[in-house]
Design a binder for this molecule. Structure first.
Ligand code: NAP
Length: 246
């Protein structure tokens, strides 16, 4: 018996990195996982899960497209009859020092990292409230908690996600829907490869546990918050950052 047997989960940004690890973690617990990314990018994740005996399908959507997000939730509920777990993970960076930051750098980051979470949650809440059960987990960042030079747009989107989720948690708690945030530190993925490989910063010196995080480290925290064991936890920010920010 897996802890997610019979559960239907959506994971956005599941084509690689943290989202892929989350999709695999939920599927390994028995969930049916709808893996979301643009184009055919999430196909490989869904195929790998199925190949290892799990239940998954890919859904092509740009999370900044509200109609596509509505279609995602609608199709999920039509096909599976319910929606138990939503992980809003898709995210981007457009780093630039403030004086050089273009308005489009700001708009794209806010649209993908924050507004998409609004659209997804609004659509997902309808079936969850009807069910009187649901788990929403949003992926923020240590940068939303600490700030970071060159990432004013990203930090604003990730801090915004925290306020958004705390408010939502209060609104829907009476329906037994929990809303929590996971705030990763520096995780080894495509997003951070350039930063990690640049010799300019000794990252390990800023991380008390002395290593980069892995996508699996983040997925373990999401798995916990999505599980029945976390039924009395809502509105929280769980940092998975090696002690980088306490
Ligand atoms: P990544 O390797 O760059 O993967 C990003 C994922 O988001 C991809 O699956 C990508 O799918 C998807 N995505 C981006 N824009 C999208 C859109 N408009 N519509 C649909 N999907 C979209 O990044 P990651 O490191 O795994 O990061 C995942 C999340 O964790 C992000 O929210 C990020 O901000 C957060 N985070 C990461 C770190 C870190 O150190 N890596 C730290 C803190 C927080 P496509 O295939 O469609 O591009």
């Amino acid at each position: 018996m897996g802890q997610f047997d019979g559960k239907i989960a959506i994971v956005t940004g599941a084509s690689r990195g943290i989202g892929r690890a989350i999709a695999e973690r939920l599927a390994s617990g028995g969930a049916t996982v709808i893996c979301v990314a643009r184009g055919a990018n999430a196909d490989a994740t869904a195929q790998a899960i199925v190949a290892s005996g799990g239940k998954a399908s890919a859904f092509s959507a740009d999370v900044t497209d509200a109609a596509a997000v509505d279609g995602l939730i609608k199709q999920t509920v039509e096909q599976h009859g319910r929606l138990d777990i939503l992980v809003s993970n898709a995210g981007i960076t457009r780093d630039q020092l403030m004086l050089r930051m273009k308005r489009s750098d700001w708009d794209e980051v806010v649209a993908t990292n924050l507004t998409a979470a609004f659209t997804l949650c609004q659509a997902a809440l309808k079936p969850m409230i009807r069910q009187r059960a649901g788990r929403i987990v949003a992926i923020s960042s240590v940068v939303g908690q600490m700030g970071n030079a060159g990432q004013a747009n990203y930090a604003a989107s990730k801090a915004g996600l925290i306020g958004f989720c705390k408010s939502l948690a209060r609104e829907v708690a009476s329906r037994q829907v929990t809303v929590n945030v996971v705030a990763p530190g520096l995780i080894d993925t495509d997003m951070t490869r350039a930063v990690i490989e640049s010799a300019k910063t000794d990252w390990a010196a800023h991380i008390p546990l002395g290593r980069l995080g892995s996508p699996a480290d983040v997925a373990a925290a999401v798995g916990f918050l999505a599980s029945d064991e976390a039924s009395y936890i809502t509105g929280q920010v769980l940092a998975v950052n090696g002690g980088m920010y306490m």
